[in-house]
Structure formats: C-alpha cells, structure tokens
Ligand binder design. Structure first.
Ligand SMILES: NC(=O)c1ccc[n+]([C@@H]2O[C@H](COP(=O)([O-])OP(=O)(O)OC[C@H]3O[C@@H](n4cnc5c(N)ncnc54)[C@H](OP(=O)(O)O)[C@@H]3O)[C@@H](O)[C@H]2O)c1
Length: 333
C-alpha cells in the first residue's frame, strides 16, 4: 500500500514508519525536519502542516491508499490537512488521545463515551489543551466521513524514541543507582502501550480498511508501579534500591504527582479511573501488548545508544524529575 505519515520522524510516527516499511509498504513522510530524522526507505517531503501552500505541494501529483496522522494537535490544522488530502487518499487514521473523553480520569471510559464539544475549526489557542483532540477528530470525520476514518484514542505511550521522557527519566534515575524514591502503592495498576505495539495494531486495522474508533492502550494492570520500576532496575543492571514511600508522605513533602515523580498518580479527585480505560474493543480486534520488561530493556538500549539529552525532559513546560537533594530528604523522612 501507499501510506502517507503526517509527522513520522519522532516517536509513534517513527514506529509506524518502521513497521510499514518492514511490511513492504511505500511510505511518504511529511514534516519540517526539526524533530527527528526520516528513515531510509521512506520518501521524506519537507513542509509545515499549518501552511496550505506546503500541503498543496505535498499532494500535487501524489495519491495514497491511506494517511496516518500521528501529529495533529490543532483542529484547524487537521481540518486543513484532511480537507486537502480527502481527494488524494482513501482512508485517514487519526491518532487522538484518551484525553479527548470528557470523563477520562474520573470514570471508566470506552469508545461510546462522550468527547469534549470542541468544534472542528477551532484555531490554535482557542480551546483548553485537553479539548483539542476531540476537535481534531471532528475535523477528520467532517472531511473524510465516518466511512473512511479511523480514530485511535491513544493512552500512555512508552518505548524507544519516547519524546516526553517519562519511562526514560525512570530508567536514567534507576541506572544512577543508590536509594531511589519509589512512589505510593507498589501495586497501583498502570495502563500503558509500547509505541511499536500501537503501530502494529494501527497498521493491521489500516490494511483491513477498518473504520470507527478504538481506545488504544494496554489493558489495565498490564503493569503495576512496582512492575515498571523493577523492570527499570533489572534493565539497567540492578544497582538501585527502591524505597517505597506512601502517597500521604509524598504529598506532605510537596512532591508533585506526575511530573516530579513521573507516572505517580496518587488517589485524588479526578484520577479515580485514570488507569481504568476499557480496552476490550481493541483487544478483540487484535491488539497485543508486550511485557513491560521488554519495553524497559529496549528503551534502555536505545537511551544508551542515544546518550544524554542536553535539555531536561519536560511535560508541557514543567521539567520532569525530582531534585536529588529533595529525593534524599523525602527518603530520610
Ligand atoms: N506520549 C503520550 O503518552 C501520548 C498520549 C496520548 C496521545 N498521544 C498522541 O500520540 C501522538 C504521538 O506523537 P509523536 O510525537 O510520537 O508522533 P511523530 O509523528 O513521531 O512526531 C511528531 C511529528 O510531527 C511533526 N510536526 C510537528 N509539527 C509539525 C508541523 N507544523 N508541520 C509538519 N510536521 C510537524 C514532527 O516533525 P518536525 O517537528 O520535524 O516537523 C514529527 O515528525 C500525538 O498525536 C500525541 O498527541 C501521546
């Protein structure tokens, strides 16, 4: 098949491109050449998806069986790309987020759950960040129609080439060794997906011409916090001692959930069901997720090959990770 990946050079898009090339598809990528490198074997077209002129240059004389949009974040941009591509491609996969569901976090969500009422033509900066993916979904559905669109609501992504730094931060912290502050209930269930498993599932659906919506993440409890951190310790050579500190003590010490200790989600209002999304439709459609140990080992191999980054990991604009002095103080109690 001929497949266009909008983005395709960083993390999930990169995994799609690798898997599509491995399967023998003809792949075009479209990006600005800023966030990563394109892979040998793919046709790389440079351009900015916010520019109609760049998109017109992309589609001129080209046609694809399918578009995979891993990179759409603003509804009006997605409306533009989907509009121009609707005459040049048969099928549009849009990688949305679990954040698009209004009740995600507080209730168990599935494919029939309500999404935020964000219009398809919302310009940048005109809606709260967690509403935008719902607007992007509408943009795809307006331009390609439900009969040619596949919406994949992505959960927490992990794996090699991760461009946020959550699992990467833990691997690097644990690799430094010593006593490591391990947050909250060791048995707290997490829900995550390796980007490579996402890409395999997404391409299986695309090859079958599947349409509709799939909540695409691993089953709840596929890993626990302890399972994830034990995997990090084992993958990095076992030099760390995990010291488990309960939620109450961490909160009293003003440790910031999610960012100072990535992936730590204490029991608090708004997060009751954060790791409980219903993934049964995706599993019935063939989604298979590898064990966290495999993801941790491969991500550590990639991190060692890549070397340290010059900039700290950030969530939005908030740096990830706890200051070593504060970590020691909290452990000491
Ligand atoms: N990480 C998570 O836990 C998580 C959770 C839920 C959902 N998601 C969603 O999953 C997807 C993952 O994305 P990814 O970063 O892994 O995808 P990716 O396709 O690997 O990387 C993003 C791509 O977008 C390109 N890009 C950015 N701005 C552009 C522009 N103006 N014009 C053209 N290209 C542009 C980047 O290249 P250039 O910068 O070089 O242009 C890069 O190739 C996102 O849609 C994200 O919202 C992620």
């Amino acid at each position: 098949m001929k497949i266009l990946v909008l983005g395709g050079s960083a993390f999930l898009g990169r995994a799609y491109v690798s898997e599509a090339l491995r399967r023998g598809h003809e792949v075009t990528t479209f990006n600005r050449g800023l966030s990563g490198s394109d892979q040998p074997g793919a046709e790389a077209v440079r351009g900015d998806r916010t520019s109609a002129a760049d998109l017109e240059r992309l589609v001129a004389g080209r046609r694809w069986d399918a578009v995979v949009d891993t990179a759409g974040q603003q509804p009006s941009d997605v409306l533009l790309s989907a509009g121009l591509l609707s005459e040049h491609a048969d099928h549009y996969t849009f990688v949305s987020s679990i954040h698009a569901f209004t009740d995600w976090g507080t209730q168990v969500v599935n494919e029939d759950s309500a999404t935020y009422p964000c219009p398809a033509d919302t310009p940048a900066g005109q809606a709260p960040g967690n509403h935008l993916k719902a607007g992007c979904e509408r943009a795809v559905l307006e331009r390609f129609g439900a009969g040619r669109s596949l919406i994949l609501n992505c959960g927490l992504l992990v794996g090699p080439h991760e461009n946020v730094g959550r699992l990467s931060w833990w691997l690097e912290r644990v690799a430094r060794g010593g006593q490591v502050l391990a947050p909250g209930d060791p048995e707290r269930a997490l829900q995550h997906i390796d980007a490579r498993d996402f890409a395999v599932f997404g391409l299986d659906l695309l090859e079958r011409g599947t349409t509709g919506r799939f909540l695409t993440t691993g089953p709840t409890g596929a890993a626990t916090m302890k399972g994830l951190l034990d995997a990090c310790v084992e993958a990095t050579g076992g030099r760390a001692e995990l010291v488990w500190v309960p939620d109450e003590r961490l909160l009293a010490a003003e440790v910031q959930p999610w960012t100072e200790l990535p992936l730590w989600t204490p029991d608090q209002p708004g997060w009751e069901a954060i790791w409980l999304a219903d993934t049964s439709r995706a599993q019935a459609a063939g989604l298979r997720c590898r064990p966290i140990m495999d993801t941790a080992r491969d991500t550590w191999d990639w991190l060692r090959e890549r070397g340290p980054t010059a900039e700290p990991y950030v969530q939005g604009t908030t740096p990830l990770g706890i200051d070593p002095g504060k970590e020691r103080k909290v452990i000491a109690g």
